[in-house]
Design a protein around this ligand. Structure first.
Ligand SMILES: Cc1ncc(COP(=O)(O)O)c(C=O)c1O
Length: 390
C-alpha cells in the first residue's frame, strides 16, 4: 500500500525551543538522551494545517480576530463523524489547553476543601489541578488484571463522601491507553450522577484510536450522563500542534456551561489565538485520512516494539493500548527501585516518563512515547537492550 505521508522522515527538532529535545538537561540531567517521553510527536504537523497557516501569513496584519462559525462547524462535524457524537455549537467553550481546563473546572465546580476523585495511575497534571487549587485529592486506584486496568467501582462507592464534588476521568487512559467500554462508562457515570459528582472527562487522546478500536465519549452513554459531564478535547495531540495552545470543552448542561462561562468572562482567556483557531479548523476539516494513516504507522511501531521486547528483553512487558501513542512498560521483573530504574535508562541515553509520576501504582513502570519514526524507536530500543540484556 502506498502511503502519501512519510512518517519515516526524520525531522530535526533541535534548537526550536521544543520541550522534548531542547530541555533534556533540565529533565534528565544530561542533554544527550533520545527523548521518548513528553506527549508530542516527532512527525511533521500535517501539511494541510501548516499550509493554511502559511496562507494566512500572506496577509501582513495579525490583529484581533474571532473564532468563525466555520471553526465551530468543523468541530461539530468531526465529533459526529469520528465519534458518532451529535453536539450543538452552543455547548462548546474554549481554553488555552486541556490542563488549564482541568484547573478551571476544579475552580468553577468545587470550593476549597472539597474532594475531587482521580483514578490512578493517571496523567500527573490531574494531581496539580486539584492540589494547587487547595482542593482535596481522593484516589480511586485502577485495578490491574492481566493486561489491562479496570475501574474499582466498589472502592469508588466507598470513596465518595458528601464533600466529593468532581471526578476527573481520563478516557482514553493515560498511561495504559484503555478506551473505556460503554458498560464501564455507564456504571461509573451512573454512580457519579446518583451522588451529584460532576465528571470532567479528559478525552484529549480520543482521536488516536488504534485501527479497529473505537472511542466512546462518556457524554454519549446517556442523556442524563451527558448533563453531568464536562468533556475536554483538543486537536493538539491528534495533529501535533500542542504549541498552539488550543483546546475546547463540550458542556451540554446549561447550568454547568454558564458557570464555566462566568470564569471565562472574568479572565478573558477563552478567545484563543488566530493561529490556533485556523489550525483547529483545518485539522478537523481535512484530517481524517492523515490520521488513519498515522494510526496504522503507530500500530506498526507498537508491533515492532512488542516483538523487539519479546525477542531481546522479555523482562519488559508493554501494555497494548486501544488508543494514544503512549505505552505503559512494566519493568518490575528487574526488581529495581524507581530511582535506579530511571538512572539505568537515562544512562543508556533514553528519556522516558517515570511510572511513579502517575501515582504510586506506577512503581516499576515507565511510559514510552512511540510517535516517532521507526528508526528513532529502534535506536532507543537498542540502547535499552545494551543496558538491560543480561
Ligand atoms: C490526558 C492528557 N490531558 C491533557 C494533556 C495536555 O493538554 P494541553 O497540552 O492541552 O494542556 C495531555 C498531554 O500529554 C494528556 O495526556
Amino acid at each position: 500500500m502506498s502511503m502519501p505521508y512519510n512518517f519515516d522522515e526524520l525531522v530535526d527538532r533541535k534548537n526550536t525551543n521544543c520541550v522534548k529535545y531542547d530541555a533534556s538537561e533540565r529533565f534528565f540531567g544530561k542533554a544527550d538522551v533520545l527523548p521518548l517521553w513528553v506527549a508530542d510527536m516527532d512527525f511533521k504537523t500535517p501539511d494541510f494545517v501548516v499550509d493554511t497557516l502559511k496562507e494566512r501569513l500572506e496577509h501582513d496584519v495579525l490583529g484581533y480576530t474571532f473564532r468563525p462559525d466555520s471553526c465551530t462547524s468543523a468541530i461539530v462535524n468531526w465529533l459526529k463523524n469520528r465519534h458518532r457524537w451529535s453536539i450543538k455549537g452552543e455547548w462548546l467553550h474554549y481554553s488555552p489547553g486541556v490542563v488549564p481546563a482541568l484547573a478551571f473546572a476544579v475552580q468553577v465546580y468545587t470550593q476549597p476543601g472539597d474532594e475531587v476523585i482521580v483514578q490512578t495511575p493517571v496523567y500527573f497534571p490531574f494531581f496539580s489541578a486539584i492540589k494547587n487549587n487547595n482542593r482535596e485529592m481522593v484516589e480511586n486506584p485502577l485495578v490491574l488484571k492481566g493486561d489491562r486496568y479496570y475501574f474499582d467501582i466498589d472502592d469508588l462507592k466507598k470513596k465518595i463522601s458528601p464533600k466529593t464534588k468532581l471526578l476527573l476521568l481520563c478516557n482514553p487512559q493515560n498511561p495504559g491507553g484503555m478506551s473505556w467500554t460503554e458498560s464501564e462508562l455507564k456504571e461509573l457515570g451512573d454512580i457519579c450522577l446518583e451522588n451529584n459528582v460532576v465528571v470532567v472527562s479528559d478525552e484529549i487522546h480520543s482521536d488516536l484510536t488504534f485501527p479497529g478500536k473505537r472511542h466512546i465519549p462518556l457524554a454519549t452513554v446517556s442523556d442524563e450522563i451527558a448533563q453531568n459531564t464536562i468533556t475536554l478535547m483538543a486537536p493538539s495531540k491528534t495533529f501535533n500542534l500542542a504549541g498552539l495552545s488550543t483546546s475546547f470543552l463540550v458542556i451540554p448542561n446549561k447550568g454547568l456551561f454558564d458557570k464555566y462561562d462566568e470564569l471565562m468572562k472574568a479572565t478573558h482567556v477563552y478567545q484563543g489565538n488566530l493561529f490556533g483557531n485556523i489550525a483547529m479548523e483545518a485539522a478537523y476539516s481535512k484530517g481524517e485520512s492523515w490520521l488513519n494513516e498515522l494510526m496504522l504507522y503507530i500500530e506498526a511501531n507498537y508491533d515492532f516494539m512488542a516483538s523487539f521486547f519479546k525477542d531481546n528483553l522479555p523482562g519488559i512487558k508493554p501494555m497494548k493500548p486501544d488508543a494514544t501513542y503512549l505505552v505503559w512498560l512494566d519493568f518490575s521483573s528487574y526488581g529495581l527501585k524507581d530511582k535506579e530504574l530511571n538512572e539505568k535508562i537515562v544512562n543508556a541515553g533514553v528519556g522516558l516518563n517515570r511510572g511513579v509520576q502517575f501515582g504510586k501504582q506506577g512503581k516499576g513502570f515507565m511510559r514510552i512515547n512511540i510517535a516517532c519514526p521507526r528508526k528513532t524507536l529502534e535506536q532507543a530500543l537498542l540502547q535499552l537492550k545494551s543496558a538491560f540484556a543480561t
